[in-house]
Design a protein around this ligand. Structure first.
Ligand code: NAG
Ligand code: NAG
Length: 343
């Protein structure tokens, strides 16, 4: 017969490997913001989208029909109702076949579909939270879903519920596809390296944690809202190296905003010449409060404002602007035909 201490030590020995197996499941890793099941779902989606894009190419559409026209994928990232849906509806009107809409709506917020062109366009979404890498994941999920859904999606425009269009769809379409000022298509993404807050943002996850993948002199900043080429959308969903660092939890939430750094840093490393380094989305940082830009209210919404917001120092006019409070919808609709969609 075995004596009790022996059985006890044997059991203890046996339980060690089990401990290694189960502890990580019971105690989630402390320093990562995204849960393991969410991460695995995303990895599977990104892999499918990558395989489909690399295999299928852009010559055969999903339904086998031949459609020679490239499309713009509009990626709506939201945690509220889409307040400006009626304005966007006018924007999309009569342009069927030239665009697709995808909506990532935080499932923990009660969001109702505005119907119309937005019907059935909600994608499998997960909870998002400000100043966390969940916003990066949501944007990557939108890119992957759009890549997978339609091989004719050629540009991918990320917008939020606070964004409005500043021109007609046709104006934007012609700008993007008909007269590229460069011999190839580029991504419209802001990439800045001279912002005073850059160091604080860099060390927000702790000193030296971004090394060696992201040395400080390669760390970049830019607006969360971009228009990416299909090639760059693929670069973003295929990335694992930088994501390992950017998914780490921020220790300093006041100086975090990983979504303003991940995309500009990645694309400036992978293909700086393929990016414009400026955004097509106008935002007003004058008098910003708590990391929020100026939010326009109804009395400010005038034809003159729209003209001002379009004006850009680059060779392209701004296509979108943010942020607008939900009650700006009516004043915007009132001047939609005469001002916003007059070109
Ligand atoms: C930007 O916002 C400020 C208020 O914070 C406002 O005075 C200014 O007119 C705005 N600029 C534009 C171009 O709308
Ligand atoms: C254009 O450049 C001028 C001078 O650098 C600057 O003051 C202005 O804010 C810029 N306008 C836009 C829309 O970026």
């Amino acid at each position: 017969m075995f004596n009790t201490p022996f059985v006890f030590s044997f059991a203890l020995l046996l339980s060690f490997p089990l401990l290694f197996l189960f502890v990580p499941r019971i105690l989630p890793p402390k320093h990562v913001e995204i849960s393991l099941p969410d991460e695995l779902d995303d990895i599977a989606l990104f892999r499918r989208a990558t395989l489909a894009s690399l295999g299928g190419g852009a010559t055969v559409s999903r339904l086998g029909t031949t459609n020679p026209k490239p499309k713009i994928a509009f990626l709506f990232l939201t945690n509220t109702n889409l307040h400006f849906a009626p304005l966007w509806e006018l924007f999309f009107q009569n342009n069927e076949g030239l665009y697709n809409i995808y909506i990532h709506a935080d499932p923990s917020c009660k969001i109702t579909s505005p119907g119309g062109v937005f019907s059935g366009r909600f994608i499998a979404a997960k909870k998002t939270q400000r100043a966390t890498p969940t916003l990066i994941s949501a944007a990557r999920r939108l890119l992957a879903t759009a890549l997978l859904d339609d091989s004719f999606n050629s540009y991918f425009a990320l917008v939020s519920q606070h964004c409005i269009p500043l021109h007609t769809f046709q104006y934007m379409y012609k700008t993007l596809f008909v007269k590229p000022s460069f011999p190839m298509y580029r991504s419209f993404i802001e990439i800045k390296s001279d912002e005073p807050v850059l160091w604080d943002r860099y060390i927000a996850r702790g000193k030296n944690v971004m090394l060696p993948e992201v040395p400080f002199d390669r760390f970049r900043m830019g607006s969360q809202f971009f228009v990416l080429t299909r090639q760059h959308a693929l670069v973003v969903i295929q990335d694992k190296r930088l994501w390992r660092k950017f998914k780490l939890r921020c220790l300093n939430l006041q100086s975090c905003y990983p979504e303003e750094h991940y995309f500009p840093t990645l694309l400036s490393m992978e293909d700086p010449d393929g990016c414009t380094h400026y955004s097509l989305t106008r935002v007003n940082w004058t008098g910003s409060v708590g990391g929020h830009p100026h939010t326009y209210r109804p009395p400010e919404v005038t034809p003159r404002l729209i003209q001002e917001l379009r004006f850009s120092n680059s060779s392209y006019s701004f296509m979108f602007a943010r942020k607008f409070s939900p009650d700006c919808l009516q004043p915007l609709l009132d001047m939609a035909d005469k001002v916003i969609f007059s070109d």
